[in-house]
Design a protein around this ligand. Structure first.
Ligand code: ATP
Ligand code: MG
Ligand code: MG
Length: 550
């Protein structure tokens, strides 16, 4: 049963199944292994794998590896891992476009024999100049009317390695006056004496995307070939190749790509941020990559629900980053156990609390979900609270700790500030309080109202930790806009490191995939790479509320 809201592509699939046009559907996700997957790819993955899941079809993972220059095995491995992490499974159906090179070559010879392709000697610049413009028809190449025999001979010699890179290309012979520029004799093959991660040195000619893609879809029996809008103009070419070859003809459908504010998604720009050292790697918690979001503490569920929520449309639009942040916030609100962590500690001494006494208070792991159980939180004479939960001269409406007034220490007691200790600069470094023994658990025996409740950590039991507060990568919604270098909009405050945080004892047990709500602070996960024994490092996934809303 479909679990996703409907969209125009789902409607098409439903109709194709109902009319019997297809008995079952086959989709594919076709990344080029030249970078890490990002949140935009997640939209395509959720769409393609989601259709297969919901309609009992299958979805292929196909590496569109036709350009050896920029591709790498490292990328392919990471892509597989990210698709699995998102919760999808291609089963037996892992394919490489490069596995079709021989078949694609044979089909190219067929097109030559049909008079539908020719070997071109013009340079790339000349081809561009001959191509014309939207308002001006192109000019035919002097090599356009070579005989079939000559074309076959030259193409075979291209494959055999007789010519240098760029010396010749194979072009489809379509129409140099076509209004759609993609149909003005597009290049099908180029010469590239380069090793390929998958086929080694077997080939020195490589097919272009437009020639390889549709035929790969055809070979795999794809029923619905779903791509982003910028390929709509390529669809007539997609169809032309399939029609001329007379092979099984999948249908191409286009949807709007994801554009997300406060980030960039072009692989070139992401690579630049990594290479320039602005980011610690592709998995830096600020990156919009799936490895980055994972490192940041995003759950696969939150990304899937984000993709469902934004829907699939036919015109380009922008999605606000707060929608993505809300999706992880909502997910973690339900599944993350609560804990107390003091990020910027201020020492509080409870003068009338017995020196050696340690009490343990029951703390619910989740306010609305009793099945998540509870834990014991130790309490003793010295505790830490947040620096900003104390103010010597509070403004009106400040209900936290302040001289002469009371506050509730969550789960424990009501305490009253009696005095403070200052350093040489007048900064408060220690707060002295008294506690009311009869307020155990947090309520006053005489029923008086205590407005403020703050979190705390027992000094004697605290786990010392480093906290990395991550924020948005850019300070403006669209760093790509305008003539300015996108890097000039990098958020200089996208990472703040706190080295003296004090966490409640139970957080010593945090493991790589565990996530928490630090009460009143936000959602946090452990940074498994940076943590050391006895000194965990936590990453803030997202704040409790949207601090960017205006
Ligand atoms: P780049 O141009 O940065 O190299 P790409 O789109 O070429 O990115 P591919 O690896 O070719 O990246 O993409 C694989 C699939 O993911 C394609 O089907 C593509 O349409 C889809 N995809 C890529 N970016 C987005 C996006 N922002 N939103 C939705 N789908 C996307
Ligand atoms: Mg690309
Ligand atoms: Mg691409």
């Amino acid at each position: 049963e479909p679990t996703q809201p409907t969209n125009f592509i789902r409607t098409i699939v439903e109709e194709d199944l109902k009319s019997g046009k297809h008995k079952s559907i086959v989709t594919r996700f076709p990344p080029e292994p030249n970078g890490y997957l990002h949140i935009g790819h997640a939209k395509s993955i959720c769409l393609n794998f989601g259709l297969a899941r919901d309609f009992g079809g299958r979805c292929h993972l196909r590496f569109d590896d036709t350009n050896p220059a920029k591709e790498d095995v490292e990328y392919a491995e990471s892509i597989k891992e990210s698709v699995r992490w998102l919760g999808f499974d291609w089963g037996e159906h892992l394919y490489y476009a490069s596995d079709y090179f021989e078949q694609l070559y044979q089909w190219a010879e067929q097109l030559i024999r049909q008079g539908d392709a020719y070997v071109e000697d013009l340079s790339a610049d000349e081809i561009r100049a001959y191509r014309g413009t939207l308002t001006e028809p192109g000019k035919e190449s002097p090599y356009r009317n070579r005989t079939i025999e000559e074309n076959l001979d030259l193409f075979r010699r291209m494959r055999a390695g007789e010519f240098a890179d760029g010396a010749k290309v194979l072009r489809a012979k379509i129409d140099m006056a076509a209004p759609n520029l993609n149909l003005r004799d597009p290049v099908m093959y180029r010469i590239l004496h380069a090793d390929h991660p998958h086929t080694g040195d077997k080939w020195c000619i490589y097919p272009m995307y437009d020639y390889a893609h549709g035929q790969s879809d055809s070979i795999e029996g794809i029923t619905h070939s779903i791509c982003t809008l910028e390929f709509a103009d390529h669809r007539p070419l997609y169809e032309w190749f399939l029609d001329r070859l007379g092979i099984y003809h999948p249908r191409q459908y286009e949807f709007a790509r994801l554009n997300l504010t406060y980030t960039v998604m072009s692989k070139r720009k992401l690579l630049q941020l990594v290479q320039d050292g602005d980011m610690s790697g592709w998995d830096d918690p600020r990156m919009p990559t799936l490895v980055g979001l994972r490192q940041r503490g995003y759950t696969p569920e939150s990304i899937r629900s984000f993709c469902e929520q934004i829907g699939v449309g036919k015109s380009d639009s922008w999605i606000d980053m707060s929608i993505l942040e809300d999706s992880v916030r909502n997910d973690l609100n339900v599944q993350a156990p609560r804990a107390m962590a003091v990020l910027r500690p201020l020492k509080v001494v409870i003068d009338n609390y017995p020196e050696e006494l340690v009490e343990e208070f029951d703390a619910a792991n989740h306010p609305n979900d009793p099945t998540m159980g509870s834990r014991k939180v130790p309490f003793s004479k010295v505790v830490y609270i947040e620096q900003d939960d104390f103010l010597e001269e509070p403004p009106k409406g400040f209900f936290r700790l302040t001289p002469g007034r009371e506050v509730r220490l969550r789960y424990a007691y009501i305490v009253k500030c009696e005095s403070v200790v200052k350093d040489a600069h007048g900064k408060v470094v220690e707060v002295h309080c008294s506690y009311e023994p009869a307020s155990k658990g947090g309520s006053a025996p005489d029923g008086r109202k205590i407005k403020g409740t703050i979190h705390w950590v027992s000094a004697a039991h605290a786990v010392n930790a480093e906290i990395r507060l991550y924020d948005r990568l850019f300070t403006v919604a669209n760093p790509d806009k305008g003539g300015q270098d996108f890097k000039s909009f990098l958020n200089a405050d996208s990472l703040e490191v706190l080295t003296d945080a004090c966490l409640e004892r139970s957080l010593a047990e945090a493991t790589a995939e565990s996530r928490y709500q630090f009460e009143r602070q936000g959602y946090f996960c452990i940074d498994a790479k940076a943590s050391a024994a006895g000194k965990p490092v936590f990453i803030r996934t997202v704040t409790l509320r949207d601090s960017w809303a205006r």
